[in-house]
Design a protein around this ligand. Structure first.
Ligand code: C2E
Ligand code: CA
Ligand code: CA
Ligand code: CA
Length: 278
């Protein structure tokens, strides 16, 4: 390797160190944030073709990171996954989501909440037990939730994963396969999982309806979903041309900035409640 020079080995090493240091700082800070119960949730509504609210996804928020400004989950979720902090983080998210679900139930609203679950957690029976207990101890039933799992994990359908998933399905939990098509699509495993829903990743929705490749991918996903009797959700819908294309081709649920930007949980609930009072 080069010893120095612009863009050479030394610079590369220095950049690596900066990145590594940031990760360490994020991890330490995230640990404290979870301990102090300072993570919060944003909620993004999902709509049917007629514009009716059908569900909502909860997204974790870290509003005051080490620099006092928000840190994106795209940055801190991988840190949480690599450090084991993903377990207490997920418990916090579940607890808060169950509180929202309880308020929806009290208001007579049937709006299932989608919760993101990192794939590796499905192999952790103790954590699954803890999540099941949280739900059992709440007024909420499993059908008020939708568990979103990311596709990458299914590279190998680990027996523990299949067992835990089957157990949860038996208890009435439903599953959505998140970011479908971005991982190692082995279609054979789709049958073996207890899925209710496929979620089309934003990267495929981008460029619709012009982009030929994305159009072909989206149409195939909708067709696969139909044949396996799974519901399809499209995420990252930003334009009405995208929405029109998706609805015209049988996508049942739409999620994206065009329809609703994620808003803080209290605000989201407040607006819903205002809506039913009128
Ligand atoms: P995801 O599950 O694919 O979630 C969708 C992401 O796209 C969210 O970003 C959402 O805010 C954003 N989004 C929604 N509609 C639009 C749109 O129309 N345009 C654009 N540009 N973006 C849109 P967010 O909240 O930053 O989350 C990023 C990722 O972090 C999520 O991707 C998910 O994989 C992960 N994540 C978020 N919350 C949790 C959590 O509680 N647990 C776990 N394990 N992962 C989480
Ligand atoms: Ca998701
Ligand atoms: Ca995801
Ligand atoms: Ca996605």
């Amino acid at each position: 390797a080069k010893a120095d020079g612009k863009g050479g080995y030394a610079t590369f090493t220095a950049e690596l160190n900066v990145a590594a240091q940031r990760r360490v700082r994020l991890e330490e800070s995230l640990r404290l944030t979870i301990l102090r119960d300072e993570l919060s949730l944003a909620v993004q509504s999902q709509f049917g073709p007629a514009g009716d609210i059908r569900g909502a996804e909860v997204l974790v928020r870290w509003l005051r990171g080490p620099e006092g400004v928000p840190v994106s989950p795209a940055e801190f979720i991988p840190v949480a996954e690599a450090s084991g902090l993903i377990k207490p983080l997920t418990l916090t998210v579940f607890r808060q989501a169950l509180e929202i679900a309880a308020q929806l139930k009290a208001a007579g609203l049937r709006i299932p909440l989608s919760i993101n679950l990192s794939s590796d957690l499905f192999r952790d029976s103790a954590l699954i037990d803890a999540l099941v207990d949280l739900v059992a101890d709440s007024v909420v039933t499993p059908d008020a939730l939708m568990l979103e799992i990311t596709e990458s994990l299914f590279i190998d359908t680990h027996p523990d994963l299949l067992r835990n998933m089957a157990r949860l399905a038996e208890l009435g939990f439903a599953f959505s396969l998140d970011d479908f098509g971005t991982g190692y699509s082995n279609l054979a495993y789709l049958k073996r999982l207890h899925l209710s829903e496929l979620k089309i990743d934003k990267s495929f929705v981008d460029g619709l309806p012009q982009d030929e490749d994305n159009r072909a991918i989206v149409l195939s996903i909708i067709s696969i979903a139909r044949q396996l009797r799974l519901r399809v959700v499209a995420e990252g819908v930003e334009t009405s041309a995208q929405a029109d294309f998706l609805v015209a081709h049988g996508c049942e649920l739409l999620q994206g900035y065009l329809l609703h930007k994620p808003s803080p949980a209290e605000e989201w609930l407040g607006q819903l409640m205002d809506g039913i009072e009128k």
